[in-house]
Design a binder for this molecule. Structure first.
Ligand code: SF4
Length: 408
């Protein structure tokens, strides 16, 4: 068995709003990346206000975590007003890094907010070490976010020879085109993918014709979205390669997804570090099963060991086949004497059903809803409404922010 002193990589999680950012940090992320309301892709990801950015920076400091802010549009001249002020504001808040795709924005960050690290976005599609050295020499970047299209050999070489720390994607959505270098959305919806408006047109369902002959059937239409990345089985290789940061994609994803995914990677990374080598088949099977409890689409391991990207595209409607757990609610408070918790509900559940607690400590404790009460203290047989406050008995101490989920 291989054992080796491994450096601890940063686990970097996405967050579309304050609640999701706090959840990611509570569940073990070393850093979160967020978008402000300006200069950021993912304009639909309920981006952070100035006050939110101040608040998440203060929250992250309490946990020793970092905040990275995407300033990653491909800007046209009219998009650049206020850039210097915005960068100075991020620096004053204590943001650790900005993630940029435009060389001009990288240059401005160095000039107007020199305490911010500048991370070169995956939008630049960096796939070789010469490009990294060029970016270091001319733009003084502090980190490169590698293109998702890199193979494991590319990752090793760029990390060893690029001269700046590297960041690699380990989980989440992939583009069927070259990491966002795509104008499908622009053409079909007038929403510019490179200004944050991607309508995910590749995932729509299409009737396919050859001439006047339709090749598709009504219940088997054509799509061309990519499978999602899932890299549990490559964590050790990426750590051994010396990758500085492991990035989870998905600023549009839910709080439950973020908690579930971050929690699994946190535990798996920590266990590999403790062991100093790859985990055995049983442990990896356990982590893969845990990962399937979140809202994954169909998955693959990306270009790391599939340079030809065979089997990467979903040609038929995506049915979220791997989702096997429902998010039932978040714990608001715990009564130690009564051994009960008040939860804010999300999906319906009934007395007698089995559920489990998902907590930042990584324990997944099963239990049965022996009874439940509404906010008037009345016993209920079923909880039907989202965002209601319901009291349930729990088998062990829980904390605000723990989540309750149910196996399908
Ligand atoms: S339409 Fe699909 S391939 Fe194009 S940018 Fe959006 S997600 Fe990527």
């Amino acid at each position: 068995m291989k054992t080796k002193q491994l450096n601890k990589p940063e686990l970097l999680a996405p967050a579309g709003d304050l609640a999701r950012a706090k959840t990611a940090i509570r569940y073990g992320a070393d850093a979160v990346y967020i978008g402000g309301r300006s200069f950021s892709l993912r304009s639909r990801a309920s981006n952070f206000t100035y006050d939110d950015i101040r608040e998440i920076c203060a929250f992250a400091r309490e946990y020793g975590a970092h905040v990275h802010v995407t300033v990653n549009i491909i800007p046209h001249d009219e998009d650049l007003d206020g850039l210097a002020e915005y960068l100075r504001f991020l620096q004053e808040c204590g943001v650790h890094a900005v993630i940029c795709a435009s060389p001009y924005i990288m240059n401005c960050a160095k000039k107007y907010a020199p305490h911010l690290e500048v991370h070169c976005s995956t939008q630049l599609s960096v796939t070789n070490s010469s490009a990294v050295r060029f970016l270091k020499r001319h733009l003084d970047i502090d980190r490169v976010v590698l293109a998702r299209e890199c193979t494991m050999e590319d990752v090793r070489r760029i990390t060893a020879e690029g001269g700046v720390p590297s960041e690699a994607f380990i989980h989440g959505g992939m583009c069927v085109n070259y990491s966002g270098r795509c104008t499908l959305s622009n053409r079909m919806t007038l929403r510019d993918a490179n200004r944050g408006g991607c309508a995910q047109s590749c995932r729509w369902q299409y009737h396919l014709y050859q001439g006047k002959t339709e090749l598709t059937k009504q219940d088997d239409l054509f799509t061309m979205g990519s499978r999602d990345l899932m890299c549990l089985d490559h964590l050790y290789d990426l750590m051994e390669a010396g990758v500085a940061s492991f990035k989870i994609e998905g600023r549009m994803k839910t709080e439950f997804y973020i908690a579930s995914v971050v929690s699994v990677y946190r535990r798996c990374i920590d266990e590999i570090l403790l062991k100093g080598g790859p985990l055995d088949a049983d442990r990896m099977r356990m982590y893969r099963e845990e990962m399937r409890k979140s809202e994954n689409r169909d998955i693959w391991t990306g270009f790391y060991d599939n340079p030809d990207a065979q089997d990467s595209i979903i040609y038929h409607p995506n049915t979220n086949v791997d989702v096997n757990h429902d998010f039932l609610g978040t714990v608001l408070s715990y009564d130690k004497t009564a051994e009960t918790a008040v939860i804010q509900t999300r999906n319906p559940f009934a007395k007698g059903e089995r559920a489990e607690i998902l907590s930042p400590s990584g324990t997944y404790e099963p239990f049965v809803f022996e009874w439940m009460k509404n906010d008037k203290g009345e016993y209920m047989e079923i909880s039907r409404h989202p965002m209601a406050e319901v009291t349930i008995p729990v088998p062990s101490a829980v904390k605000a922010g723990d989540m309750i989920r149910r196996s399908r």
